[in-house]
Design a protein around this ligand. Structure first.
Ligand code: PHE
Length: 480
């Protein structure tokens, strides 16, 4: 049996280094920017509940599967899947699963970088006291006019992409470990301060209710972003699992699953590390950050009569309001956006790492060349997102099916987070329990085949995950 490959890209110095890097990948814009706004758009509590269930029942088992596959293959996801496909007596075509991830990561980074650019700009807005004493109208209109300017967006998108390329070119397992060690606790403390502020807004309970009180009608029937139900000609509500899909897709997105990011980080993981414990720690930290962000934001939304379904601009039109009106707000606000950029940075690196590692392995490129190549390509595709918020605000490029009335940005986001990642995750689950032998998986997970923990993982990955994903997809495709 093949055992103990080594990675040509190096290894983490310890288990903690891996935990930090993987948490760095997981915690990012997904937690602080995306989670609140999609929760707002999809009606709150019930959506959050499904998201949490997906993290526990689908996210953690798939994370374990990805780390395990990564550590066994010890190469870029494309080559790992190729090698393990053959090793398991299946087919080398599993490499296409690796490719699905490479493309998903590339597309995600193209818009991720644009949004991270917004956060970069807000560091300077905060530091210069733009929002001191500001009211809700001012904060919203500042954001509105900012995104209406393609040049500003392009500028910050370029800065962020350069930052990403800089780290990727040097190899991920160097400075990243050290940076994340300070960053994550810092971000955490600031979020707690913000939740503290949210308590003083007078609408804290309403915020909590919105986040945690499930209203299943909002989840199961078609509605507009504001919550108004869309009815059939007979005046009946239209059943859909689309919002369940969005919650599930977000579970993949926020944990960086389904596209090989965690797989490639796993490939740098030293042997003899408990994959199960590690995955649970990462998922818990990630979830906590998202919930804290939600608890900080929604009270502010309600206290200022803002619209919870305001979309991608939500945090940019709520948080500055808090910072502008709290003691020490300029400092906290500046720090907050700096940390948000760092969090996005440590995620963006993992989005492009699978592609870069492949170029290094298969094309013999130097890391620098591979990074620049991917960076430039991704930067160009990012233009679609830049323009989606201004010049092409009303351009709906694929006006059919789930892509109706969606801008380029919306399409990229929907396609990657809600379709490509769950599909990737589904295939990873299938591979790890239906294709790989139990000997290999239990060996790599360092669990005995008779152990309860192994059997739980096996059952979830073999049945629960595939059934859940297939069910939601089937509804989307109109089969059920
Ligand atoms: N998990 C990251 C976030 O929440 C985004 C991401 C997705 C990173 C997929 C890597 C892979 O912001």
């Amino acid at each position: 049996m093949v055992r103990k490959r080594t990675s040509i890209h190096g290894e983490w110095t310890s288990r903690w280094a891996f935990i930090l890097a993987a948490t760095g990948s997981a915690v990012g814009l997904g937690n602080i920017w995306k989670f609140p706004y999609i929760t707002g758009e999809n009606g709150g509590g019930a959506f959050v509940l499904v998201y949490l269930i997906c993290i526990a029942l689908i996210g953690i088992p798939i994370m374990m599967a990805e780390v395990m596959i990564g550590r066994r293959g010890r190469q870029s996801p494309v080559n790992t899947m190729y090698t393990l496909g053959i090793e398991s007596g299946s087919t080398p075509h599993w490499k296409w699963l690796g490719w699905l991830g490479v493309v998903a990561g590339f597309l995600i980074l193209s818009y991720y970088s644009v949004i991270a650019g917004w956060a970069l700009d807000y560091i300077f807005k905060m530091a210069s006291g733009t929002f001191t004493g500001a009211n809700a109208d001012f904060v919203s209109s500042t954001f509105g006019s900012f995104v209406k300017s393609p040049l500003s967006l392009i500028f910050w998108h370029s800065v962020f992409m350069l930052m990403t390329m800089f780290v990727v070119a040097r190899g991920v397992n160097g400075g990243l470990e050290k940076a994340v060690r300070f960053l994550m606790p810092g971000l955490f403390i600031l979020l707690i301060i913000m939740v503290g502020y949210a308590v003083t807004t007078g609408e804290f309970m309403r915020g909590l209710q919105f986040l945690f009180e499930p209203n299943f009608d909002n989840l199961l029937y078609k509605h507009e972003a504001g919550g108004k139900f869309i009815l059939t000609d007979q005046g009946e509500k239209i059943f859909t699992l689309e919002y369940v899909l969005i919650a599930m897709g977000h579970a993949f997105f926020t944990l960086s699953l389904g596209m090989g990011a965690i797989m490639i980080y796993g490939s740098y993981l030293p042997n003899k590390t408990s994959i199960a414990k590690t995955s649970i720690i990462i998922a818990a930290a990630d979830t906590l950050v998202a919930l804290l962000a939600g608890m900080a934001i929604f009270p502010i939304v309600f206290a200022n009569q803002l619209d919870p379904s305001a979309g991608p601009g939500l945090i940019f039109s709520t948080l500055p309001l808090a910072f502008g009106n709290m003691p020490g707000g300029t400092l906290f606000g500046t720090l907050f956006f700096i940390l948000l950029v760092f969090a996005a940075w440590s995620s963006s690196i993992s989005l492009i790492e699978p592609a870069v590692a492949w170029l290094v392995e298969n094309k013999g490129m130097k890391r620098l060349k591979a990074s620049v190549l991917m960076g430039v390509a991704c930067w160009l595709v990012g233009m679609l997102t830049v323009l989606s918020f201004n010049v092409w605000e009303k351009v709906y490029p694929f006006n059919f099916w789930v892509f109706k009335n969606k801008t380029f940005f919306d399409v990229l986001d929907y396609l990657t987070a809600n379709i490509m990642l769950p599909l990737g995750g589904l295939l990873i689950a299938i591979f790890s329990v239906w294709i790989m032998s139990t000997d290999s998986s239990s060996d790599e997970l360092e669990m005995k085949q008779s152990a309860l923990s192994f059997n739980i993982w096996y059952f979830m990955t073999r049945y629960i995950t595939p059934i859940a994903v297939i069910f939601v997809f089937a509804n989307l495709l109109g089969f059920i």
